[in-house]
Structures are given as C-alpha cells and as structure tokens.
Design a protein around this ligand. Structure first.
Ligand code: PBG
Length: 327
C-alpha cells in the first residue's frame, strides 16, 4: 500500500514497449503515403531546393528511378509537379494542356515502366501562367471561374490521355469536379479518378512549394479562391459539394494547422480523406533540425502520426525518406 489510493493508473498501459504496441491506436505505413516530385527537363540532372532540404528537382529518368525504389518499399503513389521554363508560360497557361509537355511526358514514361505505381497529377494553371495564378485572370486581376473551368477540362483530358491514374484539381474554382467529370465521361474516361483538393486554405505554408516550382504571384494573392484559414464550416460545404459533383476522394491542405478541420471532414463524408503535409510544414521542422533545436526525424514522424490520428486515410508528404527507418 502506498499513501495514495489510486484505483486507475493509465501508466500501466505504457509500462513496456510490448504493452504500448498492443494498445496503439494509429499507425503509419508506407501504403499511407503519396510522394511529391518536382520535375525539370533533360536527363540525369538534379537541383537541390533550398527551402525543402533533402528534396531535389529531378529529370524524368531520375524521377522514375527514385519512384521505383519507393514503390518497392511499399509506397503506392507519386505526385509529379513540373517546373515550367518561363519561356513556355503565357497568360492562359496553355502549356498545361500541351500533349508533349513535361508532365505529360513524365506520366507516359513512368506508367510505361511502372504500371502498378499510381500517378496523381495536379490540375491547376499556376505553374504555367506568367502571373502564377491558378486560373484565367480578367482585366481587373480577378480569376474568372467559368473560363478557368474550360481550361482545367483541357488539362484533365490531356493528363488522362497521358495515362494519369488520378486527377487532383488544386485550383479551388467552383464546379470543377463536375466539369472535369463531365468532360472525362464524354471522352469515355469513366475510370479516371478525381481527388479533390476540396479544402485548400490560402496558406503561407505554400512558400517552399512555390520556390520549388519557381512560381511567383505577379499581383494579388489567392484569397479570392483558396479558403480563409479562420473557417471550418465552409470546409464541410466544399466537401459535400465535391462529393455531389462526383469526387472519388477529398483532401485537406495544409494539414497540421487544420487537424480540427480534418477530423470534421472525416466525420462528414464516407469518401476517403487525404491530407497534404505541405512544404512549409516540412521545411520548418527541417530548419529547426539543422539548427540542432529538435530531432527532425522524430518531429516529422510525430507530425505525420498526428495527421493520421486526426483522420487522414493517406498523406501527401515530403518526409518519407526522413522517416523511412520508422515505417
Ligand atoms: C498549385 C499547388 C500548390 C500546392 C500544391 N498544388 C500551391 C499553391 O496553391 O499555391 C502546395 C503544396 C505545398 O505547399 O507543398 N495549385
């Protein structure tokens, strides 16, 4: 007997690694992850990305080689993002639906070599427009919703013809899921999947990604189409609309500042729910680790576990190489 008459001692369930593993509620597995890649033209070339330590821009041949290794370790999917030469950008973003474009070529080549690897391609115009907005901009600098939809449909068709498994519209235009679904079905692509970035916030955590793809907003910001970080009811509205419009999966992005939203979305839909642990979320941990202020691998693993626990079925993450020893 001690002087403390404690009937309940939760620590008993933590007293050994064996017991902790018996009672563990959430797990990270290689099959939870989608790994983003940044693509550049040419062969056998890589460029480090200062704002994303450990991540390089790579040519298609290196992309395929690295994706093959990840796939052999159980990673089911990759998300290639093209870095577009400024000479190919225009006001409309027309390079986005060039059948011979960098992304289209990458998809054709990787699906030919690794047919069982799932390729998820972003549908948005920002890497391709001179102003780096996600859509068509009018004389007042406003991103035009419905004109943008017709462009997105051309992009979606061209990526699907290249062999893309899942289209992931990230532009936040209204009605894009229905527009894409209709245009895919009209061409007979009834098997093409749509993963909607349904809940995408206007976030400062996209900074490292924008330096990776070398885009820079010529004016304004994305608050007229991406969501206000202060809102969560609106997130459910976006998800339910995309579900009605025919989305196969939905995503919340960024992840850590929005775990409450992720949990609500998980409860509001029966669709699979993804989360994007974005560049800024990865970069701030890597930066603190470089300074010796925290253990980067452990902090990344803890962050990703939290995202899983909050309700994510899968996670887009730059951190799989960093946490591979834990998986
Ligand atoms: C493009 C797009 C962005 C990201 C994914 N697709 C940036 C943006 O909307 O400005 C961000 C990914 C990341 O930050 O890691 N629409």
């Amino acid at each position: 007997m001690t002087q403390f008459d404690l009937l309940k001692r939760p620590r008993r369930n933590r007293k050994s690694p064996a017991i902790r593993s018996l009672v563990r509620e959430s797990f990270l597995r290689p099959s939870d992850f989608v790994v983003p890649f940044f693509l550049i033209p040419g062969e056998n070339r890589r460029e480090p990305i200062a704002a994303l330590p450990g991540i390089d821009r790579v040519t298609i041949d290196l992309f395929i080689r690295e994706a093959e290794l990840l796939h052999s370790q159980g990673i089911p999917a990759v998300a290639p993002f093209p870095v577009i030469d400024p000479s190919l950008k225009d006001l409309e973003g027309s390079e986005a639906w060039n059948e011979e474009g960098l992304l289209q070529e990458a998809i054709r080549r990787i699906k030919a070599e690794l047919p069982s690897l799932c390729v998820i391609a972003d549908v948005a115009l920002d890497p391709f427009t001179t102003h780096s907005h996600d859509g068509w901009v009018n004389a007042e600098g406003y991103v035009e919703n419905d004109l943008t939809l017709s462009a997105l449909c051309k992009v979606g068709l061209s990526l699907t013809r290249a062999g893309c498994d899942i289209l992931a519209p990230s532009d936040m235009m209204d009605g894009r899921i229905k527009a894409l679904r209709d245009s895919l079905d009209a061409e007979g692509f009834t098997e093409a999947s749509l993963l909607s970035y349904a809940v995408k916030y206007a976030s400062s955590f996209y900074g490292p990604f924008r330096s990776a793809v070398q885009t820079k907003l010529a004016f304004g910001d994305k608050r007229g189409y991406q969501m206000d970080p202060a809102n969560s009811r609106e997130a459910i509205r976006e998800v339910l609309l995309d579900e009605e419009e025919g989305a196969d999966m939905v995503m919340v992005k960024p992840a850590l500042p929005y775990l409450d939203v992720l949990t609500k979305v998980r409860e509001a839909t029966t669709l699979p729910v993804g989360a994007y642990h974005v560049g800024g979320e990865y970069a701030m941990i890597m930066a603190a680790a470089e300074k010796g202020w925290l253990n980067g691998k452990e902090a990344l693993y803890e962050s990703l576990t939290g995202i899983k626990r909050a309700g994510a079925d899968f996670i887009f993450s730059y951190a799989t190489a960093q946490i591979s020893e834990f998986l």
